[in-house]
Design a protein around this ligand. Sequence first.
Ligand code: PRT
Ligand code: ZN
Length: 285
Amino acid sequence: MSKLKIAIQKSGRLSEKSITILKECGIKLPNGISKLKTAATNFPIEILFLRDDDIPQYVEQGVADIGILGENEVYEKNKKVNVVEKLGFASCRLSLAIPKEDTYLTLEYFNYKRIATSYPKILSDFLNKNNINASVEEIGGSVEIAPGIGLADAICDIVSSGSTLLTNGLKEVKTILQSEAVMISNKNLTEAKENILNQLLFRIKSVQDASANKYILLNAPNSAITDICKILPGMKSPTVLPLAEEGWSSLHSVVREDDFWNIIAQLKNLGAQGILVSPIEKLIL
Ligand code: PRT
Ligand code: ZN
């Protein structure tokens, strides 16, 4: 039977979460994973552990069928692959940063400057698009120290909390790209592999939908049910069950995590009591 080969980062920021996603999808991996490749025991998938820089090329060539990596690497490597799903972790941005004492007004600042980066393609495309004439100095790592040692005037690097820039006397002045971990796939998967990928994507979506929503249960006077139903739409509409106490009902529904605190305040104002909220493990919409 055909197996889908997935490439994930061998060791680094994406490794653990990539494995966690597969586990949350009910995919079991053997104990004591050899850090080269391994096969799931209950799903037709094989896992290859690679450097993230190599994943786009291997997926383009079909050495791996799909892969998990940061969007920044996908766009930098510019290989012919499909981005099939955003995975919602390893969020960061690729930004331009300059010495903190410099005054920055517009992108014109970068004209005739040297900018150090590990993302020469994304940076050059951005500069060309904005008609900025700067020289791009490609370096492999520790980009943030380049201005301090006189290697460049500015940098273009991944920023997350911003503390690396701060400790190196730099300030972020322009974001070029927002990035998060994504799943990419080969453009010519066989039908059998396409089917396995769709099953995997279905499971990932159920897990993502579940974590974006909460199960909510509350008691309310019958007179408030119509108003509560308006703010608690649920999947179709809330389940309403009568309580033993005359004139009261129990409502069950699902709320989006993002709306949660807003909704709770409104429910209390409408007379809801005994509000119970719990996580959902899987949610099939
Ligand atoms: O060995 P391999 O090539 O596989 O790994 P790598 O060293 O190239 O990548 P790794 O593990 O460092 O990062 C993998 C991916 O995580 C990146 O491609 C991004 O998509 C994503 N990511 C998310 C980050 C960060 N956050 C991040 N903060 N990648 C790097 N950083 C670095 C950044 O380069 C800078 O040095 O962290 C520093 C900035 O962090 P703050 O929090 O101080 O702003
Ligand atoms: Zn890398």
